[in-house]
Design a protein around this ligand. Structure first.
Ligand SMILES: [Zn+2]
Length: 312
């Protein structure tokens, strides 16, 4: 979860192949070895997402009824961050940083098989549901797709007064990864997914530290098993990633400072509450946790082969 002063979370062998090219000339044959560059998409896991746009009757493109362009750009930003793409804000050359090899795709098929663009708009002036609070269970009453086949994201119609205060919330996975206790798993009747305040979904020009679409990056990190680098703020039980310097307090802002072991805090880590403008790194240990969840979590293993990815 990534409210800033609110409850807590950013509630956020390669093998070079060589081939021999046989060049023929009139005089003689030469063999020249030409390297083929590695395929950047080799081994990438693609995961389907659905964005449930919860609005209050506005026209498309107005207020919380976000434009298709803004939604698509947000998914691009998410992929730039997760893939550490060169030439984007998501790139870093930090020795601990990596390409997660995880990418997100707006769903192409609804659960019933109908074609979709992965954007599901709900007008709350036409659908009434019981008020359950600001949580996944409340918004799932409007729309909720099988979480074993789709990652559900709800953009929520909060008022302008929540700008820069309420960012997003994510559920944690049911996993035996260290640091995620069964007590923090969603219950059997709880909806799983990510809420993002519509104001902070995608890039915008608001005057705020959270305007480059990193709220979703942070929350997706939680959804795939990452914790805040400060953990329990005791320098010991932190995020269970050895390559994120331990820190005993929440990390905000744009400036690094000394952590528990005399190392500078990794201000640019997506799992801090740092400003969007400085975020650009998932570490190798964080990436390993996310892959562990995708490979071992009963409810997430099938995401990569979801019919929702298939446009045929
Ligand atoms: Zn968080």
């Amino acid at each position: 979860m990534k409210p800033r002063k609110w409850m807590g979370w950013r509630i956020p062998a390669m093998a070079f192949l060589f081939t021999a090219l046989l060049l023929t000339s009139c005089e003689k044959d030469d063999e020249i070895e030409a390297p083929i560059p590695p395929d950047p998409n080799e081994g990438v896991i693609f995961l389907p997402v659905v964005v449930h746009v919860i609005h209050e009757g506005e026209n498309i493109g107005e207020g919380p009824n976000l434009s298709e362009e803004r939604i698509k750009r947000q998914i691009e930003i998410l992929n730039e961050d997760f893939r550490r793409k060169k030439g984007t804000r998501g790139f870093n050359d930090h020795p601990a940083g990596g390409d997660t090899k995880i990418e997100f795709v707006l769903a192409k098929r609804e659960p019933d098989g109908a074609p979709t663009n992965g954007i599901n708009r709900i007008d709350t002036t036409k659908v009434k549901v019981p008020i359950l609070g600001y949580n996944q269970n409340h918004f799932a009453q409007y729309a909720y797709w099988d979480p074993s086949q789709y990652i559900n994201i709800w953009t929520t119609p909060l008022p302008q007064s929540t700008e820069c205060l309420v960012l997003g919330i994510s559920t944690l996975p049911k996993t035996d990864l260290p640091g995620i206790q069964p007590s923090s798993w969603p219950g059997p009747n709880d909806a799983e997914g990510i809420l993002v305040n519509w104001i902070h979904f995608g890039a915008s020009n608001i005057d705020c530290y959270a305007r480059y679409g990193r709220t979703l990056t942070h929350e997706m990190g939680h959804y795939l098993g990452l914790l805040h680098p400060w953990g329990r703020k005791d320098c010991v039980l932190n995020d269970y990633c050895e390559d994120t310097p331990a820190v005993d307090r929440e990390v905000y802002g744009i400036k690094s400072f000394m952590g528990c072991a005399g190392e500078m805090v990794m201000i640019g880590n997506y799992m801090n509450w740092s400003h969007d403008e400085v975020m650009n790194i998932f570490t190798k240990d964080q990436i390993a946790r996310m892959h562990y969840v995708l490979e071992n979590h009963e409810g997430r293993k099938a995401l990569r082969s979801s019919p929702g990815l298939d446009s045929n």
